[in-house]
Design a protein around this ligand. Sequence first.
Ligand code: PGA
Length: 248
Amino acid sequence: MRVPLIAGNWKMNKTPQEAIQLINELKGLIQNTAAEVAVCPTFVALSDVLKAVEGSSLKVGAQNMYHQDKGAFTGEISPVFLKAMNIEYVILGHSERRQYFGETNEEINKKLAAAFTHNIKPILCVGETLEQREQGITFEVIKEQVQKCLANMHQFDLEELVVAYEPVWAIGTGRTATKEDANEVIAFIRQQLKEVLNEKLSLNIRILYGGSVKSSNIRELMDMPEIDGALVGGASLDVQEFAKIACY
Ligand code: PGA
């Protein structure tokens, strides 16, 4: 049974004070959801958000991390620090990290290994750009991302891996993939997980859709058989809207 996961990716938004306020309101609004609900604030708000979620079922994730445990890596955050704080999830390979900060599949592969080593559940993001979709190479791009990011992972227990299919052209654009397109690519990702990992894992790993998810389209997305949840950007910053999504 794949428990649905609705995760809010706040990106570079919300001061610690704003974050606490949002969590305090959100807690009261999502008591009846059947989904697991997570929020991913900025690093500087993690500590306050962890305190604010105490006593609720809300989970907390980071938006990135470095693959090394410690050392001379100015400005980076170690998986050891996240684990020490009891952070449950970490988003890895988000398209904004790939696009603006030059992250490669090889680097994301190292970060995934570090997350598994420290028992932090990774949310691995994959997705094609508009140009790639128009060239008809969506499946090749996704296949390469899945295969390279998940290379040499056999020593780890991968049950806790989450994958998010986020077509780059749908992120922050208001343009959502159709439910059929999202379902088709997610089914393809599951097939890739079967090839790279094994069948059992491919059936147990949750695969989310991300890209302009809103309260008005979450239901139809969640009704698709392959879609196990959503990674929500812009709409997760509005507490009422995010609560509606979480309680789809
Ligand atoms: P969006 O972002 O919901 O604002 O499109 C999704 C994401 O980047 O995770």
